[in-house]
Design a protein around this ligand. Structure first.
Ligand code: XMP
Length: 319
């Protein structure tokens, strides 16, 4: 793609000019944006960049391994992998309020990141995969001018606290352009084409209190759902699809026994920028088959429901 090749060269020159001999630290989230930003910056300044991946224990199945593999093996870019799951899940214990969850995760993220920055002797710049829609939304995430619907967790507040300047090479791009740039930089398709994933991770897909046991159930149900979507060739038609674990148990019957297990909610939407969205119109056969697979393959689930709410009035995530 000619435009992206030109963009790549231009941005590399800009990054070099901005950073000079300074040190840059970049937080990876597992998502496309931060990965593309990191690879681009690495191309520009090589080992002046340190990538940090904070695993909060709220990732999807195998996600942490995939990130580590992409950077260390595919690109040979050094990566600091911090397993902070104990700290995050510990502090989230008993927290049920969605805003408190988001703020707790945001605060811990800053703390862990600060520790890591200290270990490398500090950094002059913080790199982020901020996109154009984030720039608009960050005024008030998803909300109108004066109401905050959700506190966007992405490292806001971090640069001032740590006295770092921002490097944001994707600030003028939309998601589809970031994907093009990712392809231009040689990121594997499985990574580039990925659905967006929120910073607070599975915490906001587990309404009510969060436990390791619930997260395990959610991760497995989500993996079956995504597998179904991929097998039916629907993944690229959908902006975002994921499972939610409801904090209720209902009665069911399996074989000749009673079950009393959790309900999984399935969400899938189409959208162009995440600001508005329509629920995805699966056919009923697909939904039925997916429900059967989840109930058969995931212990602890005996009922599956599909969310038919668009945005507005619903948001994409449940919290
Ligand atoms: P909502 O739920 O507000 O989400 O309709 C719109 C889009 O933003 C993602 N999202 C987040 N992304 N940090 C992120 O990086 C967050 O705190 C956050 N909250 C929601 C959501 O997945 C959807 O794509």
């Amino acid at each position: 793609d000619w435009t992206m090749r030109a963009f790549r060269e231009e941005e590399i020159a800009k990054i070099r000019a901005q950073v000079g001999k300074g040190k840059v630290i970049c937080g990876l989230s597992g998502g496309v944006d931060s990965a593309v930003a990191a690879v681009l910056i690495h191309e520009a300044i090589g080992d002046q960049l340190t990538c940090v991946f904070v695993d909060h224990g709220l990732m999807r199945l195998n996600e942490a391994e995939q990130v580590v593999d992409l950077f260390r093996h595919h690109y040979n870019i050094p990566l600091v992998h911090v397993d902070a799951s104990k700290q995050f899940l510990g502090e989230l214990e008993g927290v049920t309020d969605p805003e408190v969850k988001r703020k707790t995760i945001g605060r811990l993220f800053i703390e862990v990141f600060e520790q890591e920055a200290k270990k490398i002797g500090g950094a002059d710049f913080l790199a982020q995969g901020t996109l154009y829609p984030d720039v608009i939304e960050s005024v008030s995430f998803t909300g109108g001018p004066s109401v905050t619907i959700k506190s966007h967790h992405n490292v806001g507040g971090l640069p001032e606290r740590m006295n770092m300047k921002l490097v944001e090479p994707l600030r003028e791009l939309f998601k589809d352009e970031v994907r093009k740039l990712g392809r231009e930089l040689g990121l594997p398709e499985i990574f580039v084409g990925r659905h967006p994933f929120p910073g607070p991770g599975l915490a906001i897909r587990c309404p009510g209190d969060i436990t390791r046991a619930k997260l395990d159930i959610l991760r497995q149900a989500d993996a079956v759902y995504i597998d179904q979507i991929r097998k039916h060739g629907l993944y690229d038609d959908i902006w975002q699809a994921f499972a939610v674990l409801l904090p209720v148990k209902t009665v069911g019957v399996m074989g000749d026994g009673r079950t009393y297990d959790y309900v999984v909610g399935l969400r899938a939407v189409t959208s162009t920028d995440g600001m508005t969205a329509d629920f995805y119109q699966f056919d009923m056969k697909f939904l039925g088959e997916t429900a059967t697979r989840i109930i058969n393959e995931v212990k602890g689930v005996n009922r599956v429901v599909y969310d038919v709410t668009s945005k507005p009035p619903g948001t994409i995530e449940w919290e």
